[in-house]
Design a binder for this molecule. Sequence first.
Ligand code: ATP
Ligand code: MG
Length: 283
Amino acid sequence: MLRIAVQAKGRLNEQSMELLNEAGVSVNMEKRKFLVRAEGFPAEIIFLRDDDIPQTVAIGAADLGIVGYNEVAEKGLEVSQLQKLGFGGCRLSLAIPKSETYTGLEYFNGKRIATSYPEILRKFFEQNGIDAQIHTITGSVEIAPTAGLADAIFDIVSSGGTLVSNGLVEVEKVVYSEAVLIANPELSEEKMALARQLMSRFEAVRNGQGKKYLLMNVPMTALDDAISLLPAMRSPTVIPLANSDWCSLQTVVDEKNLWNLIESLKEIGAEGILVLSLDKIVL
Ligand code: ATP
Ligand code: MG
């Protein structure tokens, strides 16, 4: 049985549990405990603070973990990164008070920088030959400059709203992060096989995200035009109709472009266009 570490509460919890659930690893969230046996897959979920997940996986107290890449990079422990999971996107950036003039990385020489990610920042400064003082704070890093604790900060940014409301501007984007699946590097063959199964399920779930299944009737005379408008995994499916002047055309499309595509299809004579939700795509 696999033991999977997941953030107990916080930004990654909900999407981690949703991904597991979509992948057939269901957990009864009602009687929520520290350790819960999953249904439908030989796994148990251990709920932890995200900071503790890399270490728990590195020492083998959990086989797999779902955690932000930022935490994995900061801890620098020996874990295998198996897969990016496509949620929890953010970046680690340097930000300075907006009243200051930014002159490039040398700006940070001799400055005090507050951060919860001292190791990532130390390496970045080292690589770039910057000599700054790194002050490690856990908690609200973004208030450090106003509070006189630091000249600048190195922190997680997603929309940038928190920076703006604290009078800061982002001046260097250092690391991009998203949730990742990590594994203990010495998993047994059996556990690795289960982990691989889980990875291909996660991939199928992700492939289905942002996609729709489109079905429509097209006059035979417009079939070539319709096909040239449509992307497809291999090639669109064409099914004859009882009326031989028409056929049914079916394919998977990106949700992003959906409305433009529908307008173009209507223009060439497509009718009865159905847009269906799509759950998973196994390639
Ligand atoms: P815990 O109690 O588990 O230690 P936390 O307070 O350290 O939680 P959260 O704020 O829940 O952490 O964030 C978890 C992860 O979500 C981050 O490590 C990061 O990978 C990701 N994340 C995505 N966007 C943001 C954001 N805007 N601010 C903070 N974290 C973000
Ligand atoms: Mg944390």
